[in-house]
Design a protein around this ligand. Sequence first.
Ligand SMILES: *Cc1c(COP(=O)(O)O)cnc(C)c1O
Length: 370
Amino acid sequence: MKVPFLDLKAQGAAIRGEIEAAIGKVLDETAFAGGPFVKAFEDDFARFCGSTHAIGVGNGTDALWAALIAFGIGQGDEVITVPNTFIATVEAISFCGAKPVFVDVDEKTCTMDPALLQKALTPRTRAVIPVHLFGQTADMDPIMAIAKKNGLVVIEDACQAHGALYRGRPAGSIGDAGCFSFYPGKNLGAYGEAGAVVTSNDEAAAKMRVFREHGQPKKYFHDIVGWNCRMDGLQGAVLSVKLKHLPAWTEARRKNAKQYDQLLAGLPGIVLPHEAGYAQHVYHLYAIRHNRRDELMTALGDKGIATGIHYPVPLHFTGAYQHLGYTEGSFPVSERIARELVSLPMFPELNQEQIEYVVAGIKEFLKTGK
Ligand SMILES: *Cc1c(COP(=O)(O)O)cnc(C)c1O
């Protein structure tokens, strides 16, 4: 048997008719760059997130960058985030001219440790970007309390957490802004690249709307130096269709995660994902840990089971961020989990038989080393 890591074809086939109809409407109206289909999706997505505004942009990296700029983050500022994230979180900080500062994560949830955030503050700290990794939010209450006390902007990196909840509140609606990616493999994925920022701050929303269109509130009147990072009309139309299915897909992911949890419980040396008491996890990824991770991956690969590592290199070790001057041991939890994490196949259409096959593969590895 082959178990793919992710199966976009299965999902696409199930909604093919709806998608083609939606794309047909965009073609009829030739509303390709921004426009009414993007606006319709923004309205739906803002409601879904419990925020006043959603601003559709080109991808999740644009979303993070535009949000930082809208809240005035730039040269001379420090922005605190974690080293175990996709590099986009940190690129956005660099590209608005600020300096990234890392803090380590909680070992159980792999998200920002609020106690370490407090210790990393300096007079130059202006913002913090907690990353809702794998589909589970960071522990937002203590992060928000520290931010409030110190006048910091909180931008949530919710690129892996569409529909996740923190104490009943949707990811993205807790901080000053929440940034989403609709990269095809994300829980809500476009048919190409797309992203969005949600916020309930009217002024920041207005700034982002102007920023993403060359700084022009009116065509050819450029009030600020902006950029071109609008969402495509085709992506807006596709995402409106897919957003309606997202709650059912999330439920399926949670059900699959529960299956894995039950079947893998108690296996020696396997650390399962931890759903925190505050969280409703949406399992963008189902990442377990084992201290012979690389051998485990090889053994599963030999059985036709695809796996991934998120992420193999903590960002303070990656070439682009050597200049920050961190060393081995700077972030011990992030460094250890980077050696131990392996993401198992996870997508809504994953079936019982596939899950059992993956679990059998893990059990065989534990018994025989192969
Ligand atoms: C996917 C992702 C991004 C970037 O999104 P793109 O749409 O690929 O630009 C940022 N942060 C995290 C945590 C992500 O998973």
